[in-house]
Design a protein around this ligand. Structure first.
Ligand SMILES: *[C@@H]1O[C@H](CO)[C@@H](O)[C@H](O)[C@H]1NC(C)=O
Ligand SMILES: *[C@@H]1O[C@H](CO)[C@@H](O)[C@H](O)[C@H]1NC(C)=O
Ligand SMILES: *[C@@H]1O[C@H](CO)[C@@H](O)[C@H](O)[C@H]1NC(C)=O
Length: 251
């Protein structure tokens, strides 16, 4: 009889300590809060967080960014309609962190990263490409080498239902430098005409910068939008005081 009590009691103790742990800290272990907003610390903390963060945090409602699934992305270009589907983007977890700045009073957060990103999937393309009528359907792979992404984020603060402070994202701007090189591998650009498909693919690769400036914008807008909304979900889940050990400004 006595042993049974002990058992029940220890189970209860274990259970309550779990509950206690959960309410104590929501942020995952790879979040290493800085004690100041010194860029050196923010850069290190961001480096520490990216590899795990980009895998996603399902229990906090934060989806994976690497791999990042692209189910269906229509891209309307002058004269040609491209649809990219069954796709996957990878590489984010290995981004190099170049700079991170936070100006808490001014609600400014800047982030600069350098990344190699590979996007792979299927596509259809109908319309005109350069001078040729195009009706393509096949596999596409885009490899982006050493692109530099700079984000300027306007932050805000807000309280959740329990009265805890959170970071919020009010708006953002970004610049995207396509980097050193982009490699396109696209099959079957012109159905039934491998020679022409190959010639045009070579042309795309030789003129990768102009080509990318032409059609890259909607893709990058989409990718940045997804990244920002993922960050928002994270900030909604994890309170300010678990992300940064610096008193929150009055707001
Ligand atoms: C912040 O300060 C605490 C206590 O002094 C220390 O243990 C911790 O390592 C510091 N964090 C960072 C990221 O420097
Ligand atoms: C990207 O790949 C290139 C070539 O493979 C490599 O030299 C470079 O260090 C990589 N950059 C990053 C940010 O990982
Ligand atoms: C991001 O995507 C959402 C949903 O797809 C859209 O409603 C929103 O306007 C987009 N935001 C920006 C800033 O592009």
């Amino acid at each position: 009889m006595r042993e049974r009590y002990v058992l029940v009691f220890s189970l209860l103790a274990v259970a309550t300590s779990f509950v206690g742990d959960c309410s104590a800290r929501i942020a995952p272990d790879f979040i290493h809060p800085c004690n100041t907003t010194e860029p050196a610390c923010l850069v290190q903390a961001t480096k520490d967080a990216i590899p795990e963060f980009s895998k996603g945090l399902p229990h906090l409602g934060v989806p994976s960014l690497d791999p990042f699934v692209v189910d269906d992305l229509p891209i309307q270009l002058p004269g040609i309609k491209v649809t990219f589907f069954d796709g996957k983007a990878t590489g984010l977890r290995k981004c190099e962190v170049l700079n991170v700045e936070a100006f808490l009073e001014k609600n400014i957060f800047n982030l600069e990263v350098k990344c190699n990103i590979t996007i792979k999937g299927k596509y259809t393309a109908v319309g005109r490409l350069l001078l040729f009528p195009i009706n393509g359907e096949g596999d596409a792979k885009i490899k982006i080498v050493n692109s530099v992404i700079k984000m300027n984020i306007k932050t805000k603060y807000f309280k959740d239902n329990d009265g805890r402070d959170h970071f919020g994202i009010k708006s953002y701007k970004y610049t995207f430098d396509y980097g050193e090189r982009i490699f396109y591998t696209i099959t079957n650009l012109f159905k039934g005409n491998p020679e022409l498909s190959n010639t045009v693919l070579n042309f795309l690769n030789e003129n990768w910068r102009i080509v990318t400036e032409e059609f890259g914008q909607p893709v990058v807008d989409y990718a940045i939008n997804v990244t920002i909304s993922t960050a928002k979900k994270f900030f909604d889940a994890v309170p300010y005081d678990e992300l940064l050990y610096v008193p929150i400004p009055k707001y």
